[in-house]
Design a protein around this ligand. Sequence first.
Ligand code: GLV
Ligand code: MN
Ligand code: MN
Length: 405
Amino acid sequence: MQLVSDELINRLRTINQFSADQIGQNRLVYSPTWVKGQQQLIKWGLHAGMPVTVDAYGTVYLDVIGSQSPNGIIATGSHMDTVVHGGQYDGLYGVLGGFQAISNLVTALGQPKKTLWLVSFSEEEGSRFPATFTGSKHYARVADIHNIRDHHGISFDDAREKAVSRLQLPGVKTGLPKLPDSFTELHIEQGPRLINQHLQIGLVTSIVGQRRFTVTINGVANHAGTTPMADRHDALLIATSLINRLAIIARTISRQLTFTVGELHVWPNTANVIPGKVTFSVDTRHVKKSVLDQFETTLRAEAQKVAVPPVQVTIDRWVNDQPTLLDADLLAQNQRLAKTLGFTTATFASGAGHDSEIMSRVTPTTMIFVPSIKGISHAPEEKTAPADLHTGVALLQESLKSQAY
Ligand code: GLV
Ligand code: MN
Ligand code: MN
């Protein structure tokens, strides 16, 4: 069976080139480059003779109908969106690697007994709107998102409706497909464990829980030259000392607890005015809910301490995704298949969030990781060696074969 294919590399390049004039990849959900990416996938699917469906959130489904049990569905896929200035593989590798694995199987073995599905989720990152996994949450019937806006004030529903209408190309069905009998997500590791240990494949036991907050500090804007230092309520100084304190506390709660402030806005953001208002994000993750609870309690208590009138502090929690165990049987099966193929493996928890977390609530779900060079991800330098990209596809292919043929 053909395992190594330049088609995968060429397809990755085609979609990544839609952002060629930008720093890194910027396929934020419902943006023009995101639309082009999903459209391109639809065209490849139609060209390959696969029935294509698009749902109301812009998730794209490509099918290869099974000959004996067409209602038994074996699904694979990942997400089309990226973070701001993201890399070439996060999400897209799982979509196009899945497409490659399915195409290889059909070319080599013909029609499967069960139906094979490729799913390209609309959104996983939570980088444009204050919500994560909106595509998989809609598909899994877990939650529908409304009444949120991006930083430019554009509503999620307006952006969604406009973008999704552009995916309704001739030959494309619309609707929400049924749930599959299993889901496998191929993904880059996005961390240094595989590359440092010179291993080829990561099999994912569980996915960390994550919470995201927006903290708003309202101080008092005033003149930078005339306001005595003792009379100031400088929102930025309050924010930075709170952030430093939280970083130290996070380390004492658990060495595995991650704490990130990736976004900060200052008003009025000019040199000669004391900052009157600051907002910043907090992203925190751990495999145990109790640890996340402890951090959240501490965050709220520390924020209260600095909220001395006239300073006001508000905390808005906009993500609360639970720690999730993935399917042990599918993992064991992939371990056996990897051994047969001669691939070296490790098993571990994922520190990144994934659509698999949502899918695992409705169907047995597993993930296959390949090494990330220098462990870099969510950055333009994100890279995986082509040989490792092909290794991941080869294992996915065997896994889909064992389930669908
Ligand atoms: C998504 O990749 C996340 O883990 O933030
Ligand atoms: Mn991802
Ligand atoms: Mn990501």
